[in-house]
Design a binder for this molecule. Structure first.
Ligand SMILES: [Zn+2]
Length: 410
């Protein structure tokens, strides 16, 4: 397993070159260790954490009393180019403006849930050529300062005569700004050849790799792990639902191979995506026990693969806790610290020196927040970028006679 020790970075300038100089004080927030603290943010980072009332700053203040403050979630597996298409009539539109509008809306929806960093898989080649990618990259630019969006280029075929086009298109996609190389090797007539082509292009351009697989074929998965093992590029696989259908001994061997290759698995507990078969979630506990890093993403967001997809990382964490038996802390790590690591992003802790990527949810314990958390305040690069407030009221006649509060916040 990679080193998990905190390593607060020193630079205060951001990746895009802009420096956030404004200071913000988050007051009276509860932390998961039970402390109530003030947190001062500046330069896009956490400058100081102190006992509630101890930090005074000539700064804008946000009252977080009644809120639990967490490292922000990240979305490691979205499909921005197809998101929000489930209710459309007729065939999927590849119109660039339309794709950009939906990709932006989907990213904002996920940002409202707390995902300040998001990785989106985008199809390249075939009918849409590079148009969908261009649209998602345009959405990425328009969202700068609100959320960090990255694109994975997903070619359909990479082998044979048809594959030559796909390979050229993939190279162009990387030059255009896709920062990750991906796709679905199982959909190519030669899955091994497809993986070889992806890995070669990725190492040529120094890109990480993020491939779709159902992972139901252990021999194929073993070859993939062996090929990924010797690489410097980070390799991520998802959603790997088929692993859970294999006999346990076979699954264990396959999982050990993934662990040896230091491959990260991104599972999709909320129902998968159109690019891989939907047959349940990867065996999360088996993977974790073998030492595989497991992050959880949300996959399809109201497209044909999941018309009711919510794109909410807290729902993914809820499902890992309620259906897979993970402790709430581990379930939340899968959508936050493990997801950030899968995206190659620096770790976030609510401690001085770490990036100010934070999510405040109403409540005082993580388990309660995973059970229900409507009200949320999202901080990206030291600024509040989204706020959701929920108030619930019980009508007087129904609540009469009950010795309970008639109003609550969720
Ligand atoms: Zn997918």
């Amino acid at each position: 397993m990679p080193d998990r020790q905190p390593q607060p970075p020193h630079s205060s300038s951001s990746a895009s070159g802009r420096t956030d100089t404004a200071t913000l004080l988050l007051c009276g927030a509860r932390l998961t260790d039970g402390r109530t603290v003030d947190v001062r943010l500046g330069g896009g980072r956490i400058e100081a954490v102190g006992t509630a009332g101890s930090l005074s700053a000539h700064a804008a203040r946000v009252d977080l009393s009644g809120y639990l403050l967490l490292p922000a979630p990240a979305e490691p597996h979205a499909h921005g180019d197809t998101a929000l298409t489930a209710e459309g009539d007729g065939p999927l539109s590849h119109d660039a403006e339309e794709v950009q509008r939906r990709a932006t809306e989907a990213a904002l929806l996920q940002l409202g849930h707390g995902a300040t960093a998001q990785r989106s898989h985008v199809r390249v080649g075939d009918v849409q050529g590079l148009d969908a990618l261009a649209a998602v990259l345009q959405a990425r630019r328009s969202l700068r300062g609100l959320a960090e969006l990255t694109a994975v280029a997903m070619p359909r075929l990479l082998t044979g005569i048809a594959g030559a086009d796909g390979l050229a298109m993939l190279g162009d996609a990387v030059k255009m700004g896709a920062s990750v190389v991906g796709g679905c090797p199982d959909a190519d007539p030669d899955p091994t050849g497809y993986v070889e082509a992806v890995l070669e292009l990725a190492s040529e351009h120094g890109c990480p790799v993020d491939l779709h697989t159902d992972a139901a074929d252990p021999a194929r998965l073993g070859r993939l792990a062996a090929m990924a093992g010797g690489l410097r590029s980070a390799v991520t696989l998802g959603p790997c639902g088929g692993l859970g259908r294999l006999p346990s001994e076979v699954a264990s061997r396959a999982v050990d191979q993934l662990a040896a290759a230091e491959v990260t698995v991104v599972c999709l507990p909320q129902g998968g995506c159109g690019a891989a078969e939907r047959h349940g979630t990867a065996p999360v506990r088996l993977l974790r026990a073998a030492g595989v890093r497991v992050a959880a993403g949300s996959g399809a967001l109201r497209d044909v693969a999941n018309p009711v997809g919510r794109g909410d990382p807290l729902e993914a964490a809820y499902l890992l806790a309620s259906r897979h038996g993970l402790r709430p802390e581990d379930a939340y790590d899968a959508v936050s610290s493990d997801a950030r690591t899968a995206l190659g992003l620096p770790e976030v802790r609510v401690e001085a020196g770490f990036p100010a990527e934070l999510l405040a949810v109403r409540g005082d314990r993580l388990a309660g927040a995973l059970s229900l958390a409507y009200s949320r305040i999202v901080v990206h690069r030291g600024r509040v970028v989204a706020r959701t407030s929920a108030v619930r009221e019980y009508c007087n006649s129904a609540a009469a006679g009950l010795d309970l509060p008639r109003q609550g916040r969720g």
